[in-house]
Design a protein around this ligand. Sequence first.
Ligand code: NDP
Length: 398
Amino acid sequence: MKALIIGAGGVAGVVVHKCVQNSAVFSEICIASRTKSKCDALKAALDGRGTKITTAQIDADNVPALTAFIRAERPDLVINVALPYQDLTIMDACLAAGVSYLDTANYEHPDTAKFEYKWQWAYREKFRAAGLTAILGCGFDPGATGVFSAYALKHHFDEINFIDILDCNGGDHGYPFATNFNPEINIREVTAKGSYIENGEWVETEPMEIKRSYNFSQIGGKDIYLLHHEELESLALNIKGIKRIRFFMTFSQNYLTHLKCLENVGMTAIKPIMYEGREIVPLQFLKAVLPDPASLGPRTVGKTNIGCIFTGVKDGAEKTCYIYNVCDHQECYKEVGSQAISYTTGVPAMIGAKLLLEGKWKKAGVYNVEEFDPDPFMDDLGKYGLPWVVDDKPVTVD
Ligand code: NDP
């Protein structure tokens, strides 16, 4: 079967490697992105391993051109690993060309640093009527975290009342300051207000206002900060019994000090300013001077630990369980030439695409990952490089 992969950055590189490792399903892929040389470099590295690879230059913001391109390529699925800004244009082109869709990040408007599912959920009826599948947020978080939730509900609980998603990056790239995925998207996310859902309501916090510490398996003690994150919105609706759901991410003091300084001088602003007679967006300029996340692979050492702590009820008794994955940056680099952040995103994207193509995750409409059967995904996660652990007696976050 044929997948069209849009984007050729850090995550796309992993998706391409993983599809080629699965040439029985992905007999053909086309890598299409804004900068064709990046697509060609991936092809040159992976040609001749069983998957036919072609490349193309495409602007995914241009719906008519993208629709014509998809019609000409005739893929069975489009995997969107460009940026969240392209989600709606790629969904529009998929609908027009009659092809199913998968992405790893929620739509965001370039001018407003706020992601919400309402834009993409508004496509439900259109995909249903067209008999096409759209799978949203199939990376690690969102992605594996949603599948962990569905799996916990299916096998460990009758209802889940509390979920804490913990995202720990214990890696060190040796730079004073760099981001592990697209700097613009990353900085927009961490400078925004925090929020969580309690009793069906969003509770908003100042950025980094809520801080805790947690001792992560294979990494050790880290400070964690509460952030707004997209899967909170869908999990609160899709997982039975939710009373509270929160998302925490680790940041080092060094990272936060740099970020505060950049914020204070206006470098993280997304509103355009005039510079030497032309408009520039400070955050986009900052992205241009920061290290490319795709270049961090060789120099990043250490591990990530990402998972969910669930508290709920089973057979009338309260119980807690923690499902997580630990991933080693250098092991990822040896296997696919990238660090663990891109790896932990790209592997679930390939698995979601594989399950869709195999018909196991195929239903007409727009879905978040927790709306599918978690079992085949969990089986594949271990098989394709992200083994997971179930801890029945975890320490919880207060
Ligand atoms: P990169 O910036 O490394 O790559 C993005 C790619 O998209 C680049 O190749 C870029 O082209 C291409 N692109 C951007 N705009 C267009 C356009 N208009 N038309 C065609 N191609 C375009 O980002 P990452 O690989 O780090 O991230 C990819 C996605 O994964 C993002 O949406 C990110 O939010 C998501 N993500 C999800 C995670 C999860 O766990 N769910 C975790 C980490 C990331 P060019 O090379 O020219 O810049």
